[in-house]
Design a binder for this molecule. Structure first.
Ligand code: ATP
Length: 300
């Protein structure tokens, strides 16, 4: 249906890009196909067929309880990780490269079975929930967010086929892409990629966030790109996160602490373990590793 737009000039193999894009497309399609399951339809016998309703703000939405994980090749990556994302709150995962941050998101998304511990969604062990029902409540934006060939409108409608134009413009405003799209006389029908708007890495990820937000997830999982963002895109990502947090919970893997300074909680991972947690101000006082990360980024 859609061809992938290969990012220009990136020293990443085309094959990896293709795998990432196809995986994301499969997941997007899965969410679309399974959207109707959001309605609560109790099955005979009382089996859970949908994810539980999102609790009130402040009540635990996502809980990792003693989660351990070893990749199938034997690499042990997480060791007894516990963290809670209350409904409506913003939680950030930070830590050195290889600490296991992206793996946490992959496990929440259900890409691998846990090797220890439990993940709960609104109080229910996710193993008791149909994976698709849970995924319908999750938005997942990877580091190398795939943008699909076609128009801006087509990219957005993948997540919400019936969305009206004003909804599309509203979400583009939330992610700071209104200007880019308005500059084209074709508006929402401007093609993305070589023939239309050339989306930078930061813009591509914000378009992917916009697509994710249109599906109205209760929790947005976002893996911030490691590649350096320019100051303008970094500022826009910060604004995007604030807009995204207005009516949902966020779990953000952050490489730039500046994008998550105002999180309700920052969890510091090192070597697969949680070594500290708190607000930015608390961590600057209590965590030598966090202080080191923050001072390397000139934040303290
Ligand atoms: P970064 O900040 O560099 O993105 P991270 O904290 O997100 O790092 P992960 O990507 O979760 O770390 O990786 C944690 C460890 O797991 C690393 O040692 C990595 O090499 C390893 N790893 C990641 N993916 C796989 C995989 N599919 N198979 C085996 N090992 C993996």
């Amino acid at each position: 249906l859609f061809l992938l737009v290969m990012p220009l000039g990136q020293a990443v193999s085309a094959w990896t890009q293709l795998q990432t894009g196809l995986g994301a497309l499969a997941r997007i399609q899965e969410v679309l196909v399974l959207e109707p399951e959001r309605d609560d339809v109790p099955e005979a016998g009382g089996a859970v067929t949908t994810a539980p309703r999102v609790p009130a703000a402040g009540v635990p939405l996502l809980e990792l309880d003693g989660v351990s994980f070893t990749y199938p090749d034997g690499t042990r990556v997480l060791d007894g990780v516990s963290l809670t994302v209350p409904a409506g709150s913003r939680v950030a995962l930070v830590g050195p490269s290889g600490a296991g941050k992206s793996t946490v998101l992959a496990l929440v998304e259900g890409f691998y079975p846990l090797t220890g511990g439990t993940i709960r969604w609104a109080g229910t062990d996710v193993r008791e929930l149909p994976r698709a029902a849970l995924r319908a409540q999750l938005g997942y934006v990877e580091q190398e967010a795939p943008v699909l060939a076609g128009t801006v409108r087509e990219n957005l409608l993948l997540a919400a086929p019936g969305a009206a134009d004003d909804e599309l413009w509203a979400v583009l405003a939330d992610v700071g892409l209104t200007g880019v799209v308005q500059r084209s006389p074709r508006g929402l029908d401007v093609p993305v990629g070589d023939e239309g708007v050339l989306l930078s890495g930061g813009e591509r990820q914000r378009l992917a966030i916009a697509r994710s937000l249109l599906a109205r997830p209760a929790l947005l999982l976002l893996d911030e790109p490691t590649a350096s963002l320019d100051a303008r895109n970094e500022g826009l990502l910060r604004e995007t996160l604030s807009a995204a947090a207005a009516d949902r919970a966020l779990l953000v893997v952050a490489h730039r602490l500046s994008t998550v300074l105002d999180s309700d909680q920052i969890v510091v991972l090192d070597g697969g373990r949680v070594v500290a947690r708190g607000t930015h101000d608390e961590l600057v006082e209590t965590s030598p590793l966090y202080r080191e990360l923050a001072s390397a980024q000139l934040l303290v």
